[in-house]
Ligand binder design. Structure first.
Ligand code: GCO
Ligand code: MN
Ligand code: MN
Length: 387
C-alpha cells in the first residue's frame, strides 16, 4: 500500500510502555483492562509499523526486586527489541508513583528523598545506555507544591539545578551518548509544578552547568492545559536548538491532563505543528504519550495507536498540499509571510543607525496596508476539511 498513510519505521513513530498499555486507572476508578507485558508491547508495535519504544525504569524492571530479577526482566525486553528491530528511543525515571515522592523528588524537602531520586536516575541511566537510548526525559511529576508556604521556590530551583548538573556530570564521566530533555507541565499531580511551561524550562536551561546537554520534551497536552499554543512553544524550542524529543497527544483547553489520541481535538494547532516538524529538519522520534479512552480495550487500544500515527501522516500530507497550493502561496505573499524572513536593519553600525534616523516613512500608507489573513486562514480550514 502506498497511500502514504501506512506507518513505516522511517517515520520514527514511538510509544511509551505506559501509553497504549495504560490499564485505564484514574483518580475515581480502578483499571478497566489488563496491563500489557513489555515483550508483547514491543511485538505489537512492530506489527503496526511503529519504530521505537520508551520506558520508565519501573515499567520494565520491578522496583525494589532483587538485581537478578531486574536483570532477567531487562534481558527479555532486549531480546524482544532484537527480535523485532524496534529501537529504544528514550528512557525516563518514575519519580512520582512511590509515596516517598509525595513531597517531590529532586525538590523534596527531605534530603534523603532527593538523594534517592538522583540515585534512581543514575541507575536507570546505565540501563538507558545499555539499550542505546539517546534521550533521557525528566518530567517533573511531583516537583512542585500545593501550599506556597511549603517550599522556598528559589531553593527548589537550586536543588533542581544541582540534580541536573550532577546527572550531566555522570553522563559525561561515563562517556554515554545521552542528552536530557525536560518535560514542562503546569500542574497535576501537584497544584503548581516547577518549570511549568516551555518558556520556564528554556530559561532554566541557561542556568545549568552543561546547557548544551539539556533540551526539551514538550507535550501537546501540557501547554494546552495552560492555555498556550503548543505550536508557538515548539517553534521557539526549535529556534533555540532545544527540541530534543516531543510528546504528541491531544487535550481540551483548561481541563485536567487528558492524554488523548493525537489529532483528536486541536486539529488546527496539530496541523501547524506537523507542518513545522516536517519542515524543520527535526529528525527525532514522533513520540506518542497518550492513552486509549478508558472504555476501550482489546483491539481498541491498537486502534488508538494506529489512529495517532494515521492522523500524523494525514496532517503531514495536508501540510505538503497546503504549501504547494498556488492560492496559498499568493495569499502568503499578500500577508507578507516571506517578507518576515528578510532582515530589518541588519547588524548595528553608527552609519546604518544614522541612515535609518534620516529615512522618512509614510505612516498612513503603512496603516492602509491589509494583510488578507481572513482569506489565508480560510485556505487552511479548507485544506484541513478536505474541500
Ligand atoms: C504526564 C506525563 C508523563 C511523562 C512520562 C515520561 O503528564 O503524565 O506526560 O506521561 O511524559 O512520565 O516522563
Ligand atoms: Mn502528560
Ligand atoms: Mn508526557
Amino acid at each position: 500500500m502506498s497511500d502514504g498513510l501506512t506507518p513505516r519505521p522511517e517515520h520514527k513513530f514511538s510509544f511509551g510502555l505506559w501509553t497504549i498499555g495504560h490499564p485505564g486507572r484514574d483518580p475515581f476508578g480502578d483499571a478497566t483492562r489488563p496491563p500489557i507485558d513489555p515483550v508483547d508491547f514491543v511485538r505489537g508495535l512492530a506489527k503496526i509499523g511503529a519504530w521505537g519504544v520508551s520506558f520508565h525504569d519501573d515499567d520494565l524492571m520491578t522496583f525494589g526486586a532483587p538485581e537478578s530479577q531486574r536483570r532477567a526482566e531487562l534481558d527479555r525486553f532486549k531480546a524482544a527489541l532484537a527480535e523485532t528491530g524496534i529501537v529504544c528511543s528514550m528512557a525516563t525515571t518514575n519519580l512520582f508513583w512511590h509515596p516517598m515522592f509525595k513531597d517531590g523528588a529532586f525538590t523534596s524537602n527531605d534530603r534523603n528523598v532527593r538523594r534517592l531520586a538522583i540515585q534512581k536516575v543514575l541507575r536507570n541511566l546505565d540501563v538507558a545506555a545499555e539499550l542505546g537510548a539517546p534521550t533521557y526525559v525528566l518530567w517533573g511529576g511531583r516537583e512542585g507544591v500545593e501550599s506556597a508556604a511549603s517550599k522556598e521556590p528559589r531553593d527548589a530551583l537550586d536543588r533542581y539545578k544541582e540534580a541536573l548538573d550532577f546527572l550531566c556530570g555522570y553522563v559525561r564521566d561515563q562517556g554515554y551518548a545521552i542528552r536530557f530533555a525536560l518535560e514542562p507541565k503546569p500542574n497535576e499531580p501537584r497544584g503548581d509544578t516547577f518549570l511549568p511551561t516551555i518558556g520556564h524550562a528554556l530559561g532554566f536551561i541557561q542556568m545549568l552547568e552543561y546547557p548544551e546537554m539539556v533540551g526539551l520534551n514538550p507535550e501537546v497536552a501540557h501547554e494546552t492545559m495552560a492555555g498556550l499554543s503548543f505550536y508557538q512553544g515548539v517553534a521557539q524550542a526549535l529556534w533555540q536548538g532545544k527540541l530534543f524529543h516531543i510528546d504528541l497527544n491531544d487535550q481540551k483547553i483548561g481541563r485536567y491532563d487528558q492524554d488523548l489520541r493525537f489529532g483528536s481535538e486541536g486539529i488546527k494547532d496539530d496541523f501547524f505543528l506537523v507542518r513545522l516538524l516536517e519542515a524543520s529538519g527535526y529528525d527525532g522520534p514522533r513520540h506518542f504519550d497518550a492513552r486509549p479512552y478508558r472504555n476501550d480495550g482489546g483491539e481498541g487500544i491498537w486502534d488508538f495507536a494506529r489512529g495517532c500515527m494515521r492522523t500524523y501522516l494525514v496532517l503531514a500530507q495536508k501540510a505538503r498540499e497546503y504549501d504547494l497550493d498556488p492560492r496559498v502561496q499568493e495569499a502568503m505573499a499578500k500577508a507578507g509571510v516571506p517578507e518576515l524572513a528578510e532582515s530589518t536593519v541588519g547588524r548595528y553600525s553608527a552609519d546604518s543607525a544614522a541612515r535609518l534616523k534620516a529615512e522618512s516613512f509614510e505612516p498612513d500608507r503603512l496603516a492602509d496596508r491589509t494583510y488578507g489573513n481572513e482569506a489565508l486562514d480560510q485556505l487552511v480550514i479548507d485544506r484541513i476539511l478536505g474541500v
